[in-house]
Design a binder for this molecule. Structure first.
Ligand SMILES: NC(=O)c1ccc[n+]([C@@H]2O[C@H](COP(=O)([O-])OP(=O)(O)OC[C@H]3O[C@@H](n4cnc5c(N)ncnc54)[C@H](OP(=O)(O)O)[C@@H]3O)[C@@H](O)[C@H]2O)c1
Length: 329
């Protein structure tokens, strides 16, 4: 029987265990996939530790994978048996050798895109796409601050923003990550574990502040992120790596310069199939054209999912982290 990673209780990485699941037949509108690669995303840690609720327990984990269509249910027109596809969507359950998914949530993977890029970076690529092209339409000459700039989403934001003609300031946890960010489009890396990023941003921008802050770190960076913005600048708080950001009074935004604040999630930006395909095509095209070069850091076999979570939460990773289902274990 195919193997899958599940949790029976919320908690730390030790809650992840290998289970065997019966091979299901796809129902109407569904597809069964033989999966090749699963992305390990920070959102998986939120579902595992209970920050984001699961409908019941035990439950599968993981929201991203690539694979091949093995069987299709009644009425499926989006894909055919043998197609290479990928997805980046709840419900969790992607850490599995085989899985049944709704056909409408699958995207075709172009021939030039390898399985690991499709299954290990689509979610981060779609995120970078909507953050730079939808939440805010980034324009040449604008200056942005990207937190966790050497992370999975962070490196893609730096690469894409630089290609769009923006000046990119990025925060990173150490010198190696600063180097990594600089090699990927970040013009001004700041080691924020050592230097106060608010002061550095003020000096880099000549006290003006940045147009947009992309903040995935949350709790510990939120207030200083607001202070990095120019008047009428935009704070995009889109993650909780250090914990959820604090609640604030709307009046604070007025006091700090008529600021804008948004808390977007990918799944609201790709809920319609045409949006999903538009984002995926934009991401895959940007790779094909050489605008983006997705960086894959650590790769683990399926049964080492807990190790993958420990390294992601332990700030040890750069670029994307994935589970390679062809690897032993
Ligand atoms: N809203 C959305 O639509 C959406 C979609 C995808 C991802 N996200 C969010 O984007 C972020 C990036 O996701 P990712 O999967 O690519 O992860 P990642 O950025 O590769 O890893 C998280 C990074 O956050 C930084 N960090 C700062 N404080 C931390 C702490 N206390 N604990 C752990 N990490 C800390 C670390 O980088 P440094 O050491 O350099 O600080 C770490 O490497 C996550 O917050 C995720 O939830 C949001």
């Amino acid at each position: 029987m195919p193997r899958a990673i599940r949790i029976a209780e919320t908690g730390g990485p030790e809650q992840l265990y290998v289970d065997e699941v019966a091979l299901q037949e796809p129902g109407p509108g569904e597809v069964r996939l033989r999966q090749h690669v699963c992305g390990v995303n920070f959102i998986d840690c939120y579902f595992r530790n209970g920050l984001y609720p699961l409908p019941h327990l035990p439950h599968g984990i993981g929201v991203e994978a690539s694979g091949e269509v093995e069987a299709i249910g009644e009425g499926v027109a989006e894909v055919a048996v043998g197609d290479r596809v990928a997805y980046a969507t709840p419900p969790p359950g992607a850490y599995a050798e085989s899985r049944v998914m709704p056909a409408e949530r699958l995207v075709p993977v172009p021939a030039g895109i390898p399985d690991d890029v499709a299954g290990g970076t689509l979610l981060r690529g779609l995120t970078a796409w909507y953050l730079l092209h939808r939440t805010h339409v980034l324009r040449r000459g604008e200056t942005i601050l990207v937190h966790a700039a050497a992370g999975g989403v962070g490196l893609l934001l730096c690469q894409w923003a630089e290609a769009l003609g923006a000046t990119v300031i990025g925060t990173v946890g150490d010198e190696d990550k600063a180097q990594r960010a600089a090699e990927n489009g970040c013009h001004h890396p700041i080691v924020y574990t050592r230097d106060a990023f608010r002061d550095k941003v003020a000096s880099i921008t000549g006290e003006r502040g940045v147009d947009v802050v992309y903040d995935s770190v949350g709790a510990v960076t939120f207030h200083d992120s607001l202070d990095c913005l120019r008047p009428r600048g935009l704070l995009v708080t889109y993650g909780n790596a250090s914990g959820p950001p604090p609640a604030i009074e709307p009046g604070l935004l007025a006091k700090k310069g008529s600021l804008f604040l948004t808390r977007p999630t990918l799944f609201d930006y790709v809920s319609e199939r045409d949006e999903l395909l538009e984002g995926a095509n934009a991401y895959f095209d940007a790779i094909a054209q050489g605008t983006l070069d997705p960086q894959i850091g650590r790769r683990y076999p399926l049964d080492k999912a807990a190790e993958a979570h420990r390294s992601l939460e332990g700030r040890q990773t750069t670029g994307a982290t994935l589970l390679d289902l062809a690897a032993g274990g």
